[in-house]
Design a protein. Structure first.
Lengths: 195, 200
């Protein structure tokens, strides 16, 4: 198993959102703008890589019977680190993402990778897997956020794209817009794959 | 049962290490976080107060202004802006409990002549694209120079003087109510705010 393989798998073949439909809560909730999507994706990637590394490092020490509480403890610690660091150095993003930062703890993508991959592989592979899965997750959040911001507000990364005359489709910023966009993207993905 | 101590040890160890790391991070970020919150408060104060040359966040007065529905006292902190030691305005936070989704925290700045200088929306969770228009500049400017007696403090839909927002009457109604509450609070406690100010 090469490191490149472990990395690439997360971006397309086993993309957490598009292929496994994991971690949908933050995917749907915070992608109201490209910036929020990117910020959430990067925060999740950081937690994922760190928790994968530590879980892989301690995989022989953690008794099987208490592995889930151990994983959760490790993940929760890193989430709190991210939360405090963001509040201290990226206050605006921290406020935009709000409650969804502490909720990274219950992103099933992270626990899923700890359980399914990191606890059975060496540290380097676990880190590669975390980076790949995180990159795939970030990519989806960024695409989703970009589309919703573009259609729903006529902006991209805060800059007006369509000018002042554009009538934003507010629905796209609201929760239904998240489902509609994700559904269309999934349909497109399946169409492309079938070719 | 033989493996029980091992399980206990593993969990305790991980919890202890996590705790230690978190304590370190908390310590390292405590000051920056405090500073960020202070900066945000200062930004809001600068936005709602008339010209000042003091530090309004150091020139405060906290008064118990009411009780919540459990009967506990509610404190309001008044921030005073001064120029040449004369009070130019007073800012404080009013929470509208009747937003469309959750509380709306509004910072109001009031001049000594009981008129609104400016307002700022501190936190809200109103619908993006509809209710969140309350934090747009043109909407906040509706309140500038208004006084308790000079306007009918209701949205136009209810027969008052303030524009509601299309599709978000509830948000607008909550903000109008909060600013009115602010003006009333100021009128009620003005003596204390002004009096305590001169003594320092």
């Amino acid at each position: 198993m090469s490191l490149a393989h472990d990395f690439n798998r997360g971006i397309w073949k086993e993309n957490a959102v598009f292929k496994l439909l994991l971690g949908l809560c933050p995917v749907l909730a915070v992608t109201t703008s490209a910036e929020n999507g990117l910020g959430m994706g990067l925060a999740t990637t950081f937690v994922l890589v760190c928790s994968n590394a530590v879980v892989a490092m301690m995989r022989h020490l953690i008794p099987d019977k208490v592995r889930i509480p151990c994983f959760i403890l490790i993940i929760a610690s890193f989430v709190t680190v991210v939360q405090l660091t963001m509040e201290a150095y990226a206050y605006d993003l921290f406020q935009a993402l709000g409650i969804f930062i502490p909720l990274i703890v219950c992103n099933c993508l992270i626990l899923g990778r700890a359980e399914a991959f990191a606890s059975k592989h060496p540290v380097t592979n676990a880190v590669a897997d975390g980076l790949g899965m995180g990159a795939g997750f970030t990519l989806v959040l960024f695409i989703l956020g970009s589309i919703r911001e573009l259609v729903g507000a006529g902006e991209f990364l805060g800059f007006s794209i369509f000018g002042a005359d554009y009538q934003p489709v507010i629905l796209m910023i609201l929760p239904p817009g998240a489902f509609i966009t994700l559904g269309l993207l999934l349909a497109l993905m399946n169409k492309v794959e079938k070719r | 049962m033989k493996e029980f101590p091992r399980l206990l040890l593993a969990l305790t160890l991980i919890a202890a290490i996590s705790g230690a790391i978190l304590a370190l991070v908390e310590q390292a970020t405590r000051e920056p976080i405090k500073e960020q919150r202070r900066q945000q408060m200062l930004r809001a104060l600068s936005a709602v107060l008339p010209q000042f040359d003091n530090s309004p966040d150091a020139d405060t007065l906290t008064i118990t202004t009411g009780t919540d529905r459990h009967g506990n006292p509610v404190d309001t902190t008044f921030y005073r802006g001064r120029k040449d030691n004369q009070i130019t305005g007073t800012a404080f936070q009013v929470v509208a409990p009747d937003g469309y989704s959750g509380n709306i925290a509004v910072m109001v700045g009031i001049r000594p002549d009981h008129s609104v200088h400016a307002i700022e929306i501190l936190t809200h969770a109103e619908t993006p694209g509809l209710g969140d228009k309350i934090s747009e500049p043109w909407y906040k400017e509706l309140f500038s120079d208004k006084t308790l007696g000079g306007s009918d403090w209701r949205v136009k839909k209810d027969g008052g003087d303030f524009d509601q927002l299309t599709g978000a009457t509830i948000s607008a109604r909550a903000v109008v109510g909060a600013v009115r509450t602010g003006l009333e609070l100021y009128r009620e406690h003005e003596d204390k705010i002004i009096a305590q100010g001169d003594g320092q």
